[in-house]
Design a protein around this ligand. Structure first.
Ligand code: ACO
Length: 274
């Protein structure tokens, strides 16, 4: 694993944790941090983990883009500006398409580009006390770089999306769940345990079924219903082939013997590589 200055990357068993580590600057994302995130996601993907948790050190998840180092410092040098911002687009694209399950563990301040990161993750477990805001209009721009797209994707009500985009009013972790940005909220004191519980649950499931669940969700969002049915059937055959019919041979056989209740538990996947 590379030696990082702005982030901490830890891999244990089937999961990885990436911690943005500029707590004195509220973990705002500088060009250097963006470059490290590009590299880290490549390395974590190569490690073939099932789950990746993204979180922040100290009292912040992510205080947005580093407004000084990303914009102010480089504005008059277009090539450097493009390079710094380019890294951010690269790792955001990679995060959105990541094969493992991505979890945002939102422990505190979460502004602008931080909301984009939380919005691109598959799951967000958040502290009730966390503070969220689309603060861009407060400094004269609109939520850009994918943040308006993420706002539409995570906050489906037009009235809510435009309200928070136009006013930059903040909201807390509980409201983040109601608005659609988060999966569940817990008191900050319980955040580590609650996140680990979700990670442990996911680790008991098969790698391919997690990957396919994500793929099918993303691809069918823009399909009409008949196309979605055809696509989902085709993917089920593909999953069956790749897993050597493990869901029939192991899971449903086990259910047939009344060894477990699929409504409440996961079956034991036959081989770690599937
Ligand atoms: N860019 C650059 N520096 C930042 C950022 C940021 N996004 N966020 C915080 N910092 C710096 C502060 O300037 C301060 O630096 P200093 O110690 O050199 O003075 C340090 O981090 C600590 O921040 P404070 O403001 O002192 O902490 P406080 O707890 O009082 O406030 C808060 C926290 C509310 C997060 C505040 O720092 C803030 O408003 N930050 C900007 C949030 C924001 O709007 N981000 C941009 C989102 S839009 C986008 O991402 C494009």
């Amino acid at each position: 694993m590379s030696n990082y200055q702005n982030i901490i990357v830890e891999i244990h068993g089937g999961s990885a944790t990436i911690t943005l580590n500029r707590p004195e600057k509220k973990n705002c994302m500088s060009p250097a941090l963006h470059a490290e995130m590009c590299q880290a996601l490549v390395e974590v993907e190569a490690a073939n983990v099932k789950v990746v948790v993204l979180t922040g050190a100290g009292d912040s998840f992510i205080g947005g883009m580093d407004l000084e180092k990303c914009f102010f410092d480089n504005w008059d040098e277009p090539a450097r500006f493009k390079e710094g911002v380019g890294y951010s687009f690269e790792w955001m694209r990679r995060l959105k398409a990541f094969p493992a399950v991505t979890i945002a563990k939102v422990n505190g301040w979460c502004f602008g580009g931080g909301m984009l990161v939380a919005g691109l993750c598959d799951i967000a477990i958040v502290a009730e006390e966390s503070t969220w805001g689309l603060s861009e209009v407060n400094f004269g721009i609109f939520p850009g770089g994918g943040t308006t797209w993420a706002t539409q994707a995570n906050m489906p009500s037009r009235k809510q999306a435009l309200y928070y985009s136009l006013t930059a009013d903040t909201f807390d972790g509980k409201e983040a769940v109601t608005l659609g940005w988060a999966s569940k909220s817990v008191p900050l004191a319980d955040l580590d345990e609650a996140t680990q519980k979700v990670v442990d649950n996911l680790l008991r499931k098969g790698r391919i079924v997690l990957d396919f669940t994500k793929q099918v969700y993303e691809r069918t969002r823009d399909m009409n219903f008949p196309d979605a049915i055809d696509y989902e059937i085709a993917k089920l055959y593909e999953l069956s082939r790749l897993t050597n019919d493990d869901w029939i041979k192991t899971a449903l056989q086990s259910f047939k013997k009344r060894e477990y209740k699929p409504g409440l538990q996961s079956y034991q996947v036959a081989r770690e590589d599937i």
